[in-house]
Structures are given as C-alpha cells and as structure tokens.
Design a protein around this ligand. Structure first.
Ligand code: AMP
Ligand code: MG
Length: 522
C-alpha cells in the first residue's frame, strides 16, 4: 500500500517561531509556528479525491484505510510530518488588519509529485497560535462548499488549490451563520486541501510590517526557488518576482470573469503568491448577469468584492504586495515597480477582450468587437439573462440564423421571459450585429462550436446547488454531494443525465440563506 510520504521543505528553509506554545499570540520574525492538530472525537470520511490521490502517489486502498482517516483528521501524525501553521497578515476590506495567519489551517508538509511538490493542509483541525478569538474549527457546510468549488474550478481550468478529502469530525461546532444572534450547533468537518504553495501576499506584508528584511529576503528567495525558478539568476529578481505575480494574478482574474466566479473576500491574506484561487468562503457564482453582485453579506455596504470590481481589487492588492516587496526592490526600481501596477490595467483589459472574444466564438479581435462586448455586458444585465446559459446557447446561433429565432432560442437564459418591447429590441439588435460579425470568421460552424464550448461551461456550481448538497449531507445523505461532484468534473461536456442542473437558478433560491446570502461564518 503506497502511503503518504512527507518532506519538510517550507519549515526547513524558512525562519520558524521559537515558541511551540499553542495559545493565540503575536509571532515575530517567523513564517510559521509548529502546532499539532487537536484530534477529533469520531472522524468519518465522506469524500476523497481519487484522481488527486493518484497524483500524490497514494493508493485507493490507502485512502480507504484507518491510517489515512486518522491523518486527515489530525488524530495521528504521519511519519516525517511536522505540522505547522503559517504566519501572515493582510488588508481586509481595504484596511491593514495586522497579524492573521492560519487560524484553522494546519500544514502537514509536502508530498513530492511528478513536477515538484504539493503541500497538504488540513482546514478545521484545531486552534493554532493564529486563531485569535476563534475556535480553529470548520463546519460541514463550509467544508462542502470549499471541496466542491475548488474541484469545480480545477476542472474548469481555473488556477486553484485542490481538495483531497472531506470528513466529519464527530464533533459539534457552534456558529451564528448570519451574525444575527441565532447561534446553533453544526456538524464539524475537516478538509485536506493541496497546493504547491499556500504563501499569500499577506505572508510578505506581515514581515514588511515588522521591518524584518532578512526574513522577507528568505521568503522571496524561497518563492523564487520553488515556484518561479526561472527568476533565480535574473537581474532585479525581486522586481521580476512582482512582475510574474502580477501576471499570474491577472490570468486568474480573467478566468474568474470568464466562468462567473465571485470570490467574495479578496483580502490580501486570501491572495496566493502563485496566482491560485484560494480560501473558498462566501464565494458565489453569477446566475443572472450582474456585475454589481457580491455573494458576501459583510461586503454589501460597499460591494468592494462585487463581480465587476474583481480586477480593480486585484490591482489594489498588488499595490500592497508591492509596498512589502519595496523593502527588497529599493528606490532605484520604484518607477519600474509602479509601472507594473499601472500596466496591470492594460494587461487585464487586453486579456479580458481576448477572453470575451473566445466566449463569443471570434477567431480574432477586430475593430468594433470592443463595442460588441461592452454592449453585451449591458444587455445581459438589463435583460436579466443567465450568464452560463446565454453563452452556452450562443454557440447554437449561426451567421444565417434568423434574429427572431435566435432570440427565441435564448429563452432558457431569460429570468424574465416577458421582456419589454424595448428589451426585446436591444437584444434583437445585438443578435443582429453578432450574426453579422460571425460572417467574418474563418472557422467552420463545427470548429466554432467546439471552441466556444471549451470556454463556456455548461455546468457551474450555482450557489443553490451547493446548498442543496449541504442540506442533504447534513442528514447523512451524500448522494447529491457525489452527483454534483461527479458532474462538475466535466463542466464543458454535455451530460444528459445531469441536465436538470443545466437550468436557471430556481425562484425559491433567490432570497435563501446559503444560496443568495452568504457570510464569512464557516
Ligand atoms: P478568512 O475570512 O477565511 O480568510 O479568514 C480570515 C482569518 O481568520 C484567517 O487568519 C483565518 O485563519 C482566521 N479564521 C477564520 N475562521 C477561523 C476559525 N474558525 N478559527 C480560527 N481562525 C479562523
Ligand atoms: Mg483566508
């Protein structure tokens, strides 16, 4: 039986906390603190990721073993694993929040894989020195949301952390879901998530805030050595590090906008240094296209983390990372550093246009396309159209499709099927311009459809779907959880057996907690 074999690359190479006392405290000059998971009363595995297990060189038999269950619950420590929590800070909702850190995440170490290593991290395995006033635990609800969504994102081709296992702890956890004084006990759960690195923008910010240039150097060198090795010997490598992080971040955000994902808490502590989507909390998926939508109730007053603002927030977050790296980069390259930030907008816009062109089935961008895209964004919103269904259906429309028929075909995407005459007119007008534009494409219809269907998913994790899976899992019925998990492994394929999920968000889900309103409580 092939078992988990751990390396300790992060902890061997970076400065650690001298104290091993597991009480909430401020930690200085360290990237991590050693801490043991607390152990759970009666762990029970409910889902594990066979494909990922294989990539980690562990067998299916091992995944079914008590040994694996105990390690994933934190009840036993694997040979050569020295668990630790990472230290980081962050800007939350635009304000410096000081030390945050892994308050309920405990890293087990790295596992060597074909192209490097993956870090395994338990989320909800108990308190750490970074838990502040919280309990270090996680509930089934949020763990299902993270497991399903991170895997859905992976299969959509979006850079993301992944999920290896999901288990019930056999313990109850008290949570006040909507922060309105109605606390209740929920089932405790732990997921094991994986990523080449869990280093965040905030990992740099905390060291910079302490003026600890030596540790900052070590962290930047570590990041380059393991995650951007092509920068090792280049001139001004820290400036180049920032450039590549900006680039990766840009790429990630373009993907989010492509699939309709809203992170919901883009604080700098939730920004990965290798451009992965990380920390799935009150995220959401766009149903009716609304760039102003934020899934996070805490974010409602300013809608900072709304769908349409994600690129701007990413750029803002990059300025915070730049401020931290400035200590290494220095005044000499200040202009170059600023230029990367300014250039982010240009980079983003050009990639966004290219991405939208691919969603529309254009083989190249030409004059007038920007206007087609901008007008479409407006129409999707005013006509109350479902983003996923709209783009998927668009592939069925050809250059010679009659406008009236095309609009008819889009009916499944309409939240309001009785559109006003004005709405019908603007939609028809746009369709007319679109079908005309299709005449200047060199692809055959078959090629175009194939291409569009590879960027426009048919199935996404709509908020209500995750909520339904949660409600039945709470009653120990995991059929729906498994069904949605399986379906989302092939988001671009037609899967007739799952066609009930290729539909608009049902009306009942509009104002339901968990479907339209989510909080950070997890
Ligand atoms: P998040 O909103 O999940 O990004 O979390 C922000 C910070 O709060 C991070 O430092 C987390 O580790 C910490 N945190 C969130 N929930 C808990 C919890 N239940 N126990 C301890 N720390 C937590
Ligand atoms: Mg976080």
């Amino acid at each position: 039986m092939s078992t988990l074999k751990f390396e300790n690359i992060f902890t061997d190479q970076l400065p650690g906390d001298a104290s091993h006392v597991n009480v909430p405290r401020q930690v200085k000059g360290a990237c991590y603190s050693f801490v043991k998971p607390k152990g759970m009363a009666a762990p029970k595995m409910i889902l594990y990721n066979q494909e990922l297990a294989k990539a980690l060189n562990i067998s299916d038999a091992y995944c079914r073993s008590k040994e694996f269950l105990d390690i994933m619950a934190g009840n036993s420590i694997a040979p050569n694993s020295h668990p630790y929590a990472m230290c980081y800070g962050g800007h939350q909702f635009g304000h410096w929040a000081g030390q945050l850190g892994d308050g309920r995440a405990i890293n087990l170490g790295e596992v060597l894989v074909k192209d490097g290593f993956q870090t395994l991290q338990l989320k909800g395995a108990g308190p750490t020195p970074y838990s502040r006033t919280a309990d270090g635990l996680a509930v089934l609800r949020s763990s299902i949301r993270e497991f399903l969504c991170s895997e859905a994102m992976y299969d959509l081709g979006v850079p993301t952390t992944r999920a290896l296992s999901l288990l019930l702890t056999g313990e109850e956890v008290l949570r006040d879901v909507m922060y309105d004084g109605h606390a209740a006990f929920e089932k405790g759960a732990v997921i094991c998530r994986t990523a080449p690195s869990f280093i965040r923008f905030g990992s740099f910010e905390i060291l910079a805030s302490q003026g600890d240039t030596a540790s900052l150097h070590k962290l930047a060198d570590y990041t380059i050595e393991h995650h951007y090795p092509h920068l090792k010997d280049v001139k001004n490598k820290y400036l180049e590090l920032f450039r590549v992080v900006a680039d990766k971040t840009c790429e990630m955000i373009v993907h989010w906008q492509r699939v309709g994902f809203v992170h919901g808490v883009m604080n700098t502590d939730n920004m990965s240094i290798i451009g992965l989507t990380i920390d799935y909390g009150p995220y959401g998926w766009i149903d009716n296209f609304d760039p102003d939508w934020t899934p996070n109730t805490t974010d409602l007053p300013g809608r900072r983390y709304r769908f349409g603002n994600q690129p701007i927030v990413a750029q803002w977050n990059l300025t915070k990372l730049a401020s931290a790296l400035y200590l290494l980069i220095g005044k000499e390259h200040e202009e170059a550093l600023k230029n990367i930030i300014v250039d982010f907008q240009t980079q983003y816009l050009s990639r966004y246009q290219a991405m939208m062109a691919s969603k529309l089935g254009f083989d190249h961008l030409q004059d007038g396309d920007e206007k087609i895209i901008a007008d479409l964004n407006h129409i999707l919103q005013t006509c109350n159209l479902d983003m996923t269904i709209f783009f998927r259906t668009l592939a069925d429309i050809k250059s010679d499709t009659d406008i009236h028929q095309a609009v008819q075909r889009l009916t499944p995407a309409m939240y309001n099927e009785d559109m006003t005459d004005h709405e019908k007119a603007v939609l028809s007008n746009w369709i007319g311009r679109y079908t005309e534009r299709l005449q200047s494409i060199s692809w055959s219809d078959t090629e175009r459809v194939k291409q569009m269907n590879s960027v426009n998913p048919r199935y996404v994790l709509r908020n209500y779907m995750a909520q339904l899976a949660i409600e039945s899992a709470d009653n120990e019925d995991y059929a729906l959880l498994n069904e949605i998990y399986e379906m989302l492994k092939h988001p671009y394929d037609e899967q007739p057996e799952y066609d009930r999920w290729y539909a608009r968000r049902p009306d009942w889900a509009v104002n339901k907690v968990g479907s339209s309103m989510l909080s950070c409580s997890s």
